[in-house]
Design a protein around this ligand. Structure first.
Ligand code: BES
Ligand code: ZN
Ligand code: ZN
Length: 504
């Protein structure tokens, strides 16, 4: 984990050993921008020229100044029509610089923050985003690698060089960014952990650990209790597995009177084989990631518990394996959920909606939230529709959808809304039960028909569904991700909750 320090960028002393990172953009001459740096860094001007460095997005140039000191310049592109630089280009530039510094075995990283006005944002936001991205860029899942040569060099200190080092809000922004980056990486770590170890009980215990550490109220129901409560969806999915399912619930209560309550529900299938509707081998390879929604909500709560927003937040994580066995739920079975509704199971691989159905109904009945958001690696269809760069958002509540879109954009964890009109609803009709767990083939739109299934369990409460099947794992070409888990949804949910009362 990186320790973050704030420093005044105008104090000119000999730069300490480490990688010194500067951002260069395209709308002003590269020469002029390099000349504005400290005298030591100016020596790279001719090298930048010789290498045709233009400041375009994705460009990077590292120049050694001594055995332990480097100057790294990264391109952040050109201004848009409104005259502003793109914050996502900046995030990726920071990530590239961090990756380069790791490769160079740099002892520390010194990032000179660009002028926030260039991005039309505050300098605190830039501090926060830089801290988050620097942390995310150091993530490497190496727990199970025994060859020490394959461990990556760790950078221990991140120095943020800014004009605003005296402001107390700057330190707060760095602390907040640190917490968020840590939460994202912890979610990634659990998701990457093999399903042999990351079991339903393991995740429930993590929720308990976090709850104890930060004074949250925690409830964990085991399989026996889940069956007794009538949660036929969660119990039905777990039936084929040898390990118990769990329902972990974390409650954060604000001291602010009459505050609204938000419920977050995360899908926690610790391995999805498809059940008796067995997946083909290749589709099963990454199915340890099917608890990414649960990892997102549990880790979001750790940040919420520390930053104490003026809203009540409840996180619910239904946790189970989905495996075939002599006891497993079969296509043709009909199950009954916590809210009394029934569903015909035509395909046991459409299991996420079954465990979410019980958790959503329980949350609505028990906590009467003002808004409820679920997050799940729910459908391959969503991954096909949007690819790995946008999480699918489905909601019939425009105001909530707009809040989520805005939070996703601000956090760099973007969503794209799919329509949820009534025509799609007919896809999940059943002749023998209230609804069917897969959609009619002629209607297709599997991401949307899955959302309509969930709609049956939220009543009239403002609800939104986030499908992270495409964004949770193996996202290519973004330098702060690598193969494996991304932590999709963590930054979005934190931003959404923390800014909830800032809107009218
Ligand atoms: N966990 C999968 C969805 C998924 C697919 C997540 C790819 C991440 C990457 C989910 O449980 C599932 O299997 N859904 C089925 C639903 C179908 C049977 C209606 C799917 O998408 O194929
Ligand atoms: Zn499945
Ligand atoms: Zn699944």
């Amino acid at each position: 984990m990186i320790t973050v320090h704030i420093k005044n960028k105008n104090i000119s002393s000999t730069p300490p050993p480490g990688a010194h990172v500067y951002c260069i953009y395209q709308d002003e001459s590269v020469d002029a921008q390099i000349k504005a740096l400290s005298p030591v860094q100016q020596s790279i001007e001719s090298i930048a020229k010789a290498r045709h460095f233009k400041g375009a997005t994705g460009e990077i140039l590292s120049v050694p100044l001594s055995a332990e000191s480097y100057t790294i310049i990264v391109g952040i592109g050109s201004k848009n029509k409104q005259g502003f630089l793109c914050i996502e280009s900046y995030r990726r530039a920071v990530a590239k610089a961090v990756r380069a510094a790791i490769g160079l075995y740099a002892p520390s990283l010194h990032v000179t923050l660009p002028d926030a006005q260039l991005f039309n944002c505050t300098s605190d936001y830039l501090v926060e985003q830089t801290t988050i991205i620097a942390q995310m860029s150091t993530y490497h899942f190496d727990t199970y690698i025994t060859d020490t040569d394959r461990k990556e060099h760790r950078i221990n200190d991140l120095y943020l060089m800014t004009d605003h080092s005296e402001n107390s809000s700057t330190q707060h922004a760095a602390d907040k960014g640190f917490m968020i980056g840590k939460a994202v990486n912890q979610a990634r770590h659990w998701i990457d952990t093999p399903p042999l170890d990351a079991t339903p009980l393991f995740l429930a215990e993590k929720a308990v650990e976090i709850g104890k550490k930060h004074n949250l109220t925690i409830t964990v129901f085991n399989e026996k209790e889940i069956i007794a409560m009538g949660m036929g969806g969660l119990a039905g999915v777990s039936r084929g597995s040898d390990v118990d399912c769990q329902l972990a619930i974390m409650e954060y209560k604000t001291t602010t009177p009459n505050a609204p309550t938000i419920a977050l529900v995360g899908k926690g299938i610790t391995f999805d084989s498809g059940g008796l509707s067995l997946k083909p081998a290749a589709s099963m390879e990454t199915m340890k990631d099917d608890m990414s929604g649960a990892a997102a909500v549990i880790n979001t709560m750790e940040v919420i518990a520390q930053l104490k927003p003026h809203v009540n937040v409840i996180a619910l994580a239904p946790l189970s394996e989905n495996l075939p066995s002599g006891k497993a739920t079969k296509p043709g079975d009909i199950i009954k959920f916590y809210n009394g509704k029934t569903a015909e199971i035509k395909n046991t691989d459409a299991e996420g909606r079954l465990i979410l159905a019980d958790a959503l109904s329980y949350a609505i009945k028990t906590y009467k939230p003002d808004a409820i958001i679920d997050i799940a690696t729910l459908t391959g269809a969503c991954a096909y529709a949007l690819g790995p760069y946008f999480t699918g958002l489905m909601s019939q509540h425009d105001e909530l959808a707009q809040r989520i879109e805005a939070a996703g954009k601000k956090a760099g964890d973007p969503v794209w809304r799919l329509p949820m009109t009534g025509d799609y609803k007919k896809a999940i009709a059943s002749d023998v039960a209230d609804i069917c767990n897969i959609g009619d083939n002629r209607i297709k739109a599997g991401a949307i028909t899955a959302a309509h299934f969930l709609q049956h369990f939220v009543g009239t409460t403002a609800w939104a569904h986030l499908d992270i099947a495409g964004t949770a794992f193996d996202v290519p070409n973004i330098p702060y991700f690598r193969s494996g888990a991304t932590g999709a949804g963590v930054r979005l949910l934190i931003e959404l909750v923390l800014t909830w009362d800032k809107k009218d």
